[in-house]
Design a protein around this ligand. Structure first.
Ligand code: ATP
Ligand code: MG
Length: 283
């Protein structure tokens, strides 16, 4: 039985639970409890504050966990980062009031910087020989400069909207983060096998994101040209049709370029184009 730590509520909860569900680890969230037995996989989910996930995994109270890489870096616990999960993307940046005359990192010498990530910041300043005062705040860091509590902040940024509305500008991007799967380093071989199984399922789920399955009929005379338009994982599937002048072509395509591709295929004679949604790709 693999115990998996997941953020109880907050930004990563929903996508973590969706990913687990798509990987065949489902729990009944209506009967939400702190510890829930999963269906379909020998696992249980433990719901925690994200701050507690690195330590819980390091101590072995959970075997693996899903948490923002920023929390892993800040807590500096003995855990292995097993896999990047491709959601919860953000960065931790230094920001100063827009009225400040910022010319470079030296600006921070002797300044007070408010943050909820003191350890990451301490390391960054030490690496860059900056001598600043770090003030740890757990609440709304972005209001600290306006409140006279700090000269600058070091905080999570995703769109940058919060900074702008507080009269701040991002001046240094220090750490890029996304949700990651972490594991206890001393996990048993049996549990590691389950963790690996989950990792390959997560990868299959991620591979299917933004992809569609395309089916179409094309005159045999235009087949080579059609194939040259298609990106395929290996090569597209070509199936003969009852009418020997036509064949059916099937392949996986990126949703991004879908309409351009469909129009190009139509212009060389493709007909009966079907676009099907695609769930998982096991490579
Ligand atoms: P908890 O109650 O579990 O301690 P929290 O308030 O500390 O939650 P959330 O705001 O839910 O944390 O954010 C969880 C994680 O989501 C962050 O640690 C970070 O990895 C990621 N994240 C992505 N974008 C953002 C953003 N714009 N602001 C904050 N976190 C973000
Ligand atoms: Mg937290």
């Amino acid at each position: 039985m693999l115990r998996i730590a997941v953020q109880a509520k907050g930004r990563l909860n929903e996508q973590s639970m969706e990913l687990l569900n798509a990987a065949g680890v489902s729990v009944n969230m209506e009967k939400r409890k702190f510890l829930m037995r999963a269906e379909g996989f020998p696992a249980e989910i433990i719901l925690l504050r994200d701050d507690d996930i690195p330590q819980t995994v390091a101590l072995g109270a959970a075997d693996i966990g899903i948490v923002g890489y920023n929390e892993v870096a800040e807590k500096d616990m003995d855990v292995n980062v097993l896999q990047k999960l491709g959601f919860g993307g953000c960065r931790i940046s230094l920001a100063v009031p827009k009225t400040a005359n910022y010319t470079g990192l030296d600006y921070f010498n002797g300044k007070r910087v408010a943050t909820s990530y003191p350890e990451i910041l301490r390391k960054f300043f030490a690496d860059n020989n900056i001598d600043a005062e770090i003030h740890t705040i757990t609440g709304s860091v972005e209001i600290a400069p306006a409140a006279g509590l700090a000269d600058a902040i070091f905080d999570i940024v995703s769109s940058g909207g919060t900074l702008v509305s507080n009269g701040l500008v991002e001046v240094e991007k220090v750490l890029f983060s996304e949700a990651v799967l972490i594991g206890n380093p001393d996990i048993s071989e049996e549990k590691m096998a389950l963790a690996r199984q989950l990792m390959s399922r997560f990868e299959a789920v991620r591979n299917g994101i933004g992809k569609k399955y395309l089916l179409l009929n094309i005159p045999v005379s235009a087949l080579d040209e059609a194939i040259s338009l298609l990106p395929a994982m290996r090569s597209p599937t070509v199936i003969p049709l009852a009418n020997s002048e036509w064949c059916s072509l099937q392949t996986v395509v990126d949703e991004k370029n879908l309409w351009n591709l469909i129009e190009s295929l139509k212009s060389i004679g493709a007909e009966g184009i079907l676009v099907l949604s695609l769930d998982k790709i096991v490579l």
